[in-house]
Design a protein around this ligand. Structure first.
Ligand code: TYD
Length: 142
């Protein structure tokens, strides 16, 4: 089984800020993010009491960016977990497939932008934590 540190990565994007304001650049296809983007979605209007995510994906990889405001992401591989705070528009969080994730503690102005390597397919979502743990155990035995 992969160690948790191998399943996520904090990314730092280039900020071409000048007196006119900021401009953050994200080049796809292995330059700034390690996959070809097939899907983009964003989450806003979730407050500090909400927990989103609560799933793992069999094949999708993601990069998350709080383009405004803040949120926290808890990543979990069934053995270890870690909380990453997303609080800067030039900061990204890469998540591999088969990583359990919770997003929470959204600030009122939070806009969480998510890029994915796959089109949406509900069949590749694992939404039951016990099932996730079982799959990870089986993978660990391979
Ligand atoms: P959900 O997976 O619960 O969102 P989150 O990961 O933030 O907790 O998705 C909410 C609804 O939106 C659910 O009915 C599925 C739908 N959805 C799509 O149709 N396409 C998508 O790309 C996503 C992320 C969700």
């Amino acid at each position: 089984m992969k160690r948790l540190e191998e399943m996520y990565q904090v990314l730092q994007f280039k900020d071409f800020g000048d007196e006119r304001g900021n401009l953050v650049v994200i080049e796809g296809s292995g330059r700034d993010i390690p996959f070809t983007v097939q899907r983009v979605f964003y989450i806003y209007g979730s407050d500090s009491t909400v927990i989103r995510g609560r799933h793992a994906n069999r094949s999708s990889e993601f990069v998350m960016i709080n383009v405004a405001g803040k949120s926290k992401v808890k990543v979990d591989n069934g053995i270890e977990s870690k909380v990453i705070e997303l609080d800067r528009p030039m900061m990204g969080l890469y998540l591999s497939s088969m990583l359990w994730k919770d997003m929470y503690d959204f600030s009122p102005d939070s806009i969480l932008l998510v890029m994915s390597s796959e089109h949406y397919d509900e069949k590749e979502y694992i939404r039951d934590y016990d099932e996730y743990i079982q799959i990870m155990k089986e993978q660990g035995l391979e």
